[in-house]
Structures are given as structure tokens and as C-alpha cells.
Ligand binder design. Structure first.
Ligand code: C2E
Ligand code: MG
Ligand code: MG
Length: 690
């Protein structure tokens, strides 16, 4: 993928510390190279060039240069090259000048083949020359100075000298590379050392440790030398595989960006390193019209768009800043050090500008837009979790106000410290599965037959005990936690449905979702994948949305509702009567069931007004061809009157309370196929004739 905003391969700006460092190392390294060349025994080299061994080694070094074991994708320099094994062997056997020459030619050829920027190639030649020189100096101290004319073959007693030379080689290389990375990403060198050198050192032990054996083979049977490719390949593939695994666990597959886990690690690192006079910035970004592209053009195009966006974002920030994908079309950006709020806003505006640049895909042009929320450490929050929460509050302000970029403002945050603590606990509860689903039956008022169950969340907090959903669901609704919460509920409901359906209990489970969930295009996708994975028909699940979604901005939710309808998952309108929906809106919304709010239902036995209200709702629902469900049915009398007025179904304590899965299973076994009305005090047949 090419993008005109790609600036990664341009050299550092003249005069910057990174420039000075790279230039300094390059000059010193090339000086060392020239000095080594002056000491090159030309006649010896010509002699050497006549042997097949020399050419075999050259080929091995060049091949070994082509594919480094990359420790960090972020490091633009560095990586461990398999060629090390052979260049180090050449150093031991034929001396520094030959080793340096071979290495320099190989690096240059690699640079041409992989089209690296020339400043990088120069730096790599310089740093490997210096590393070999350091090793040669150590060998010199031990009186070891080989040359093509007088090759050296070590024996067991030379191992300490070789080990020290190996250490000198490794330390020089690591220091130079880490120095460049640290300056490039503006991180502390010790940190960079820790994350890159520790995994690299093992690979180096494997590569350098084999070098003396290569020398022995070179001396006694040069024809055997290519056999070293086998252990080399083993080291290479094992190292690459384990690095790739580490990488996968911490990165998003689609975009290659760091994932949430990695973002947490990086943020915590940044918070620990933060300097007094600087801030750490955490941005949350959400694309505004991604869903439309995804739905109209299909997932492959949606995926490409996300990759494009990821690419643009990474190229709109400085090296060392972290762009992560949290899921769906939600991205986060971490700025480990930023001067102040003003500077943070500037970066955010730049990120947004990069997004609003039209995207060309499949010969079409798409306008994408995004909202950015900013939270700063230490001004707004002391840790990752809170920073993210506050960036989320800011992002919603940016969305609501259509301003594009907002900084967190405490006075616009409706979360009190207690609520925030609870949010933190809820996050952990979702991860640790402290949340459980209970199931409440829904029965036909006419026949008493079970029509389905509603999944209701229960949270047993380790300290505060049972917390009702009416307390924590609205809290989650105002935060980024709604997405994982609903994802969790759907997953658990699908699991339970699969268990029931596969044991012959074909009962529909209704899941409550919030209006915010309908802004999320990931919802239909999760359902589609989940249903397919558990082998369930779409009708095994129903979604309940509250009437409030009718009053919100429907343009955004309509897409998701359409996707759900296409999937075949039915929709119910919950708590009907509490909002002020108009008839026409109800008709336009593709629901198949309307649940009348318990506050009206409960009073129909006492109040004529409430009776009339419920009756007219039932009539209205029927005239639209939909089913009506009365919520909160607690008494026989209420059930009777509902049946009388033609309400289809009832749900409430009279029939059954919300129960844990095991109890619900027993209840369902007892009540499916049972005759009408026997188990509940109320008798439908009697009510008919009454
Ligand atoms: P809802 O969807 O209207 O659920 C019905 C509520 O009425 C449940 O309260 C249920 O326990 C209660 N109920 C059922 N029968 C009776 C009865 O005969 N008498 C009385 N007094 N109450 C009855 P619950 O479980 O406390 O849930 C409250 C609300 O929290 C739910 O209202 C729903 O809006 C929300 N909620 C629950 N679970 C979830 C969930 O997984 N996701 C989302 N987004 N919201 C949920
Ligand atoms: Mg409900
Ligand atoms: Mg309800």
C-alpha cells in the first residue's frame, strides 16, 4: 500500500540529536573501515579469492544479510542478522579487514535489493564495522591477529578470548542501535535496551557461539561449511517464530497496529517515565462514517479503509508515539511526552485532518471523518483506565458538539469519583466474569405456553454485594464500557441458547441492548459470527431496545437496525409507554414485539386510566401486526385483565422470577409442553369466559 503521507524513510533533520548521532557513528565507522582497508593484505586477499571457500562464505554472508530477525517493528534500524555467524567466523579466521570488507559489501547489496534509504545503509555499514573492530581489539589484547596469509584456528583454551570478543561485538552493536532507536523515538536508552537487547542477546549467543565451529570446519574441511546453514536456519526460524508470536499477542491482525493490551503496556511505561514539566496524552478516535462504507461496499473495502486510516494515523504522529486499534473503528493514540494541552490539541487536529482527507478505494472517493477526545496525564487522570475513560468523555463531547476535537473538561463530565470507581470495577468484572445472566420466562397469556426468556444481568460485587442493572447499565451506557458489556452479554446468551437448543429446549433468549450499541456496526457482525459458530437460527436470539432510541438521532442507528433485519434477528421495543413515541415512528422501526412498561401494567387492576392506556397500546400494537408483551405481571387479576384485552404475552413474578441458568433449565423442562395455566394460579380459560 502506498500513501503520499509516508515519510518514514526520509533522513533525520539536520542538526537534531538523532542526526548528530547517526552522522557521528557513520563518520567514525567509515574511518574504521578505511583504516581496516589500509591494513588489508591485498596479496593475501587475491590468494583467498581463488578458493571456493571465500565465495561460499561471501554468498552466505550476503544471504544472511537479507532477512534479519526483527525484534521490534517500530525500530527502523537494528534487527539481528544471521550473517553475523559467518562474519564473526571470518574475523576469527582471516582477520578484521576481510571480515569488514565482506560485511560492508553484503550490507550495501542488501540496501540496494531492499531499497533502504542510503543514510540507513551507511549507518548499518558503520555500526557493523565498529562492532567487528571492537571484537578485533579484544582479540588483539590476547595476541590474536589473524590474516589471510596466516589464518587462525582456535582451540579450547581460546574460548575465553572468543567469548569476550563476542561480548564486545554484541555490546557495541546493541549500544549503537539502541542509541539510534532511543533518539528516534525519544525514549530512555535503558528502556530501549531492556525491550530489545534482552530478546536479541539469546539470538546472538546462538549465532556467535557457532562461529568458532565454522572456523574449525573452514580449516579442516571447507566443503562442510555450507552445512552450517542448517543450525543457522534453526536459530533463525525459532527466533522469528517466537518474535512473531509475541507480536501477534500485542497487535491487531488487520492493521498491524498495537492492540489494547500493548497500549496499556506502553501507556504504563510512559506514565512511569513521564517528566515533571511534560504531559502524557491519550487520544481516543472514532470514525464517523465508517459504517456506511462497510455496509454499502462490503467488509473487504471496509477493511482496506481501516488499513488506510491506520497508515495515515501512524504517519501523522512522531516516532515513539503509539497508534493503537481498540476494535471496530475505534483507535487510540498515545503521546508519551507532550508539552501542554495546546500542543496536544494541535496533534489531535493534525490527526483529524489526516482522516478527513478523502480516501480513494475501488475507484471511488470516500469522505471519512472522525472525532478525537483528549485526556492528559497528570491533569485529568492518574492511570490508564481513567485516562481512557476521560478521553472517551471528551470524544463524546466532540461528537455531540460536532467540533471534531475536544479536550477533557471535568465540569462536563457527569461521572463522580464513586461512579468512576464503579466503572473501574465493572471493567474488571467483565474481564473476570463476575457478571452472570439470569433468565426470566415470558409466557403466552392465552395458553400459558413458554414463549421465550429474557436475559437479565446480575453483578455480585466482591465488596458491595449485589448491584442491580439499573445502577450499572446506565453508567456503562455513558462510557466506552457499553461495547464490551454488550459483547459479553451476547456471548453468554448465545452460549446458553446453544446449550438449550442442543438439548431440545428451543427457547428464544431476549437480550437487552442500549441505544449506544446500535451505533456500533460490530454488533450485527458479532451476532452473525456467534450464531454461525453455535449453529443457531437467527430467531434463537431477540434484541430488546428501549423506546428511547426512537427519539435519538436515527440516521446513525438505522444502519445497524437494517443489518440486524437482514440477519433475521428479531427486535423488540422495551419499556413502551415511558417515552413519547409517535405511531408513525413505531411503524417505521422494524420491530416484531412491543413490551409494555411495568409501571402501567401493574396498576391496571386499580386504575381505570391505566387500564385504558394499556388497552389502547395493545390495540395499537395489534393493528400494526405486532405482538404485545406486558411486563411486571405480578397478580392473577392483572394477568386475567391483560388476556381479556387481547395482550399476547406476559412476563413477571407471577410466572417466574429471573433465575440462574441451572434453575431456568429446570423451570423450562417443567413448563414446556405442560397444559395451559396449571402451574400458575391464574387460569386462562376461566378468564376468557369471565
Ligand atoms: P427491562 O429490560 O425492562 O427488564 C425487566 C425488569 O423488570 C427486570 O429488572 C426484571 O427483574 C424486572 N421484573 C420482572 N418481572 C417483574 C415483576 O413481576 N415485578 C417487578 N417489580 N419487577 C419485575 P432488572 O433485572 O433489575 O433489570 C432492569 C433493567 O436493566 C432492564 O429492564 C434492562 O433495561 C436493564 N438490563 C438488564 N440486563 C441488561 C443487559 O444485559 N443489557 C442491558 N443493556 N440492559 C440490561
Ligand atoms: Mg428488557
Ligand atoms: Mg422493560
Amino acid at each position: 500500500m502506498t500513501d503520499p503521507t509516508d515519510t518514514r524513510d526520509t533522513g533525520p533533520r539536520v542538526g537534531t540529536p538523532l542526526w548528530a548521532f547517526l552522522a557521528g557513528v557513520t563518520v567514525i565507522g567509515f574511518t574504521a573501515l578505511v583504516v581496516a582497508m589500509l591494513r588489508l593484505d591485498a596479496a593475501g586477499l587475491v590468494e583467498l579469492a581463488r578458493t571456493p571457500l571465500f565465495w561460499a562464505l561471501s554468498v552466505l554472508v550476503i544471504l544472511g544479510e537479507l532477512r534479519p530477525v526483527m525484534v521490534s517493528s517500530a525500530a527502523s534500524v537494528g534487527g539481528t542478522y544471521p550473517s553475523t555467524m559467518f562474519t564473526f567466523a571470518v574475523l576469527l579466521h582471516f582477520g578484521l579487514p576481510v571480515a569488514v570488507l565482506m560485511q560492508a559489501v553484503a550490507v550495501a547489496m542488501n540496501g540496494v535489493v531492499t531499497r533502504k534509504a542510503w543514510h540507513r545503509v551507511m549507518f548499518n555499514i558503520a555500526q557493523s564495522t565498529l562492532a567487528l573492530t571492537a571484537a578485533a581489539v579484544v582479540l588483539g589484547v590476547f595476541g590474536i591477529a589473524p590474516s589471510p596469509a596466516v589464518p587462525w584456528v582456535p582451540d579450547g583454551s581460546d574460548l575465553p578470548a572468543i567469548a569476550l570478543a563476542g561480548v564486545a561485538y554484541f555490546v557495541t552493536r546493541a549500544a549503537l542501535v539502541c542509541g539510534a532507536v532511543a533518539l528516534h523515538e525519544r525514549r530512555s536508552i535503558t528502556r530501549v535496551f531492556k525491550v530489545t537487547v534482552v530478546p536479541q542477546s539469546l539470538v546472538y549467543v546462538g549465532l556467535l557461539g557457532l562461529a568458532p565451529l565454522v572456523v574449525v570446519a573452514m580449516e579442516h574441511s571447507p566443503g562442510m561449511v555450507p552445512l552450517f546453514v542448517a543450525p543457522l536456519a534453526a536459530v533463525y526460524f525459532t527466533a522469528t517464530l517466537s518474535m512473531r508470536r509475541d507480536h501477534q499477542a500485542l497487535h491487531d491482525e488487520l492493521t498491524g497496529l498495537p492492540n489494547r493490551k500493548m497500549l496499556i503496556v506502553s501507556t504504563e511505561e510512559a506514565l512511569a517515565e513521564a517528566r515533571q514539566d511534560e504531559r502524557v496524552g491519550l487520544f481516543l478516535l472514532d470514525l464517523d462514517r465508517f459504517k456506511e462504507v462497510n455496509d454499502t461496499m462490503g467488509h473487504p473495502v471496509g477493511d482496506r479503509l481501516l488499513q488506510m486510516v491506520a497508515h495515515r494515523l501512524t504517519h501523522s504522529v512522531r516516532p515513539g508515539d503509539v497508534v493503537a486499534r481498540l476494535g471496530g473503528d475505534e483507535f487510540a493514540v498515545l503521546l508519551p511526552s507532550i508539552r501542554d494541552a495546546h500542543a496536544a490539541r494541535e496533534v489531535a487536529a493534525r490527526l483529524r485532518a489526516a482522516l478527513t482527507e478523502p480516501v480513494r478505494l475501488e475507484g471511488m472517493t470516500f469522505d471519512v471523518d472522525g472525532s478525537v477526545g483528549i485526556a492528559l496525564y497528570p491533569d485529568h487522570a492518574p492511570d490508564f483506565e481513567l485516562l481512557l475513560q476521560r478521553a472517551d468523555v471528551a470524544m463524546y463531547l466532540a461528537k455531540e458538539g460536532r467540533s471534531g476535537v475536544e479536550l477533557y473538561q471535568p465540569d462536563k463530565d457527569r461521572n463522580s469519583p464513586e461512579r468512576l470507581n464503579l466503572l473501574g470495577d465493572l471493567r474488571r468484572a467483565i474481564d473476570s466474569r463476575e457478571l452472570r445472566l439470569h433468565f426470566q420466562p415470558k409466557v403466552s397469556l392465552g395458553t400459558g405456553a413458554v414463549q421465550g426468556v429474557e436475559a437479565l444481568l446480575r453483578w455480585r460485587h466482591p465488596v458491595h454485594g449485589m448491584i442491580p442493572p439499573s445502577e450499572f447499565v446506565p453508567l456503562a451506557e455513558q462510557s466506552y464500557l457499553m461495547r464490551p458489556l454488550t459483547a459479553y452479554v451476547i456471548e453468554a446468551a448465545l452460549e446458553q441458547a446453544a446449550r438449550w437448543w442442543h438439548t431440545g429446549l428451543q427457547v428464544q433468549i431476549s437480550v437487552n441492548i442500549s441505544a449506544r450499541d446500535l451505533l456500533d456496526s460490530a454488533l450485527p457482525e458479532q451476532l452473525e459470527v456467534g450464531l454461525a459458530a453455535s449453529g443457531l437460527p437467527p430467531g434463537a436470539i431477540q434484541l430488546e431496545v428501549t423506546e428511547r432510541i426512537l427519539t435519538g438521532d436515527q440516521a446513525y442507528t438505522q444502519e445497524t437496525i437494517k443489518a440486524l433485519a437482514a440477519l433475521g434477528v428479531p427486535l423488540a421495543l422495551d419499556d413502551f409507554g415511558t417515552g413519547y413515541s409517535s405511531l408513525i415512528r413505531l411503524q417505521r422501526l422494524a420491530v416484531s414485539e412491543v413490551k409494555i412498561d411495568a409501571s402501567f401494567v401493574r396498576r391496571i387492576a386499580e386504575s381505570e386510566d391505566d387500564y385504558r392506556i394499556v388497552r389502547s397500546i395493545v390495540d395499537l400494537v395489534r393493528s400494526l401486526g405486532l405482538r404485545s408483551v406486558a411486563e411486571g405481571v405480578e397478580s392473577d387479576e392483572v394477568a386475567m385483565r391483560l388476556d381479556e384485552m387481547g395482550c399476547d404475552m406476559g412476563q413477571g413474578w407471577l410466572f417466574g422470577r429471573p433465575m440462574p441458568a441451572a434453575d431456568a433449565t429446570v423451570w423450562l423442562r417443567e413448563h414446556t409442553g405442560a397444559g395451559p395455566g396449571i402451574e400458575y394460579g391464574y387460569q386462562p380459560e376461566v378468564s376468557r369466559s369471565a
